[in-house]
Write a protein that binds this ligand. Sequence first.
Ligand SMILES: Nc1ncnc2c1ncn2[C@@H]1O[C@H](COP(=O)(O)OP(=O)(O)OP(=O)(O)O)[C@@H](O)[C@H]1O
Length: 241
Amino acid sequence: MMQGIELEGVSKTFGADESEVHALQNVSLTISAGELVAVMGASGSGKSTLLTIAGSLEEPSSGTVKIHGRDVSSMSKNERARLRRRSIGYVFQDLNLLAGLTAAENVSLPLELDGMGLKAARRTALAALDRVGMAERADRFPDQLSGGERQRVAIARAVVGQRDVLLADEPTGALDSVNGESVMRILRSACQDGVAGVVVTHDAQLASWAHRVIFLRDGRIVDQTVPAAGVDSLLSDDGHP
Ligand SMILES: Nc1ncnc2c1ncn2[C@@H]1O[C@H](COP(=O)(O)OP(=O)(O)OP(=O)(O)O)[C@@H](O)[C@H]1O
């Protein structure tokens, strides 16, 4: 069984007639388990559309999306909902943490919603926070954390449990370059544990933390490149300079 995400001939059209927009045109892309792919491209080139379709939040107009070898369009509504809840983690720039919950509570919430007991959920959440270097601030509320720290908590929430797909839309958008790099490093190491990750970014420097960078223009993949760090990582675990 193929682990990861496979898009095959995916197109997405919004509107009709003269207002028709071809947001994606015949995009084929495979993201393997363990791989972080960065998506770059001008505003309106289709980056967010690619992300929401890869995450089964939206259906393609044509083409297929497979997650772990399973065609998403062949799943029932319930199966798709379960897939989104259990297997896919999302990190968005704005849609962030719940203000009334601590970091640990924010991270354990999806587990509790999925039926895990309180204690086990907290233990699992603390382990996820530890992986992003936030164990010591687990009991702080979001407004007691910096922007970068909040984003790290959001990543912990996105990868907690047995998630195998991680989707991030401009997760570094509001951060300075040091915090942006640390978020990219965390995304990359989260993927190295066997998660298939896609991150949208405008910043080439940050994209270079991914294993592979794809470029979209007018809804098509026009270029792909493996950053130096991606090549290095084939040789060592933390290849980034
Ligand atoms: N729900 C929608 N209805 C109509 N058109 C849409 C919709 N969503 C996206 N589009 C259009 O599809 C195209 C691709 O949009 P998308 O949001 O994927 O681009 P993007 O590369 O993420 O842009 P940005 O960098 O500005 O976020 C744009 O022309 C956009 O206007």
